[in-house]
Design a protein around this ligand. Sequence first.
Ligand code: GDP
Ligand code: MG
Length: 223
Amino acid sequence: MAIKDVIVLADLLGTNKKIAADIRAELERRGILATNLLSSPGAGKTSLLEQIAVRLRDTARMAVIEGDIETERDAERIRAKGVPAWQITTGGACHLEAKMIAKVLPQVPPDVEFLFIENVGNLVCPASYELGESLRIVLLSTPEGDDKPKKYPKAFTTSDVLVLTKADLLPHVPFDVEKVKAEALELNPRLRIFVVSAVTGQGVDELIAFLAGRRRELQAPHA
Ligand SMILES: Nc1nc2c(ncn2[C@@H]2O[C@H](COP(=O)(O)OP(=O)(O)O)[C@@H](O)[C@H]2O)c(=O)[nH]1
Ligand SMILES: [Mg+2]
């Protein structure tokens, strides 16, 4: 990369970081836990959000911002579960940026408690762009293979939570859960790891309990 390109990229990331910091401060002040979901396409982000929606919607206010290159499809899936959702289409960009979130935020009702942001499916560039989230979740599905954390380290080193999805397929695919856990923790020892299935519902309640705990921490006075 030429030096001028490096400077432009550093500038872009710096501006993004500032906007993200403002969003984070505002959302945390309002007691909203914002979670950014990263994964390759098809790892099960929307399916997990659908599972969370049917469990949370009667007891808590949740909302979803969907990111995709094209189509309103994921937002429609979430709305079909009775949860408000806004679709951002990037028209080609491989990740969401904080300024895109800032545009949607005025539409998010003030009493929302959990705001989920589903990033564009991609394990690479979304890792470099903060969106103002308080929590970052990286998802890895069992059919993708157990070698991915070391191959795409930034998505794992910048996340707080690793969700291993499609656990119901474990009998059918070669995927060593213990190896993935060990390699992911080697990259990032503070990762919390959950094993879930959107088909059987395995692990979803545990993940929701963790998210609820993180939201309570947001509201607790800082020590
Ligand atoms: N067997 C199985 N399939 C799943 C699971 N979660 C998602 N899928 C399927 O994987 C495909 C992609 O899921 P989707 O949620 O759209 O992934 P996204 O692109 O990450 O949002 C769909 O065909 C889902 O039905 C799961 O836990 N088990
Ligand atoms: Mg999706």
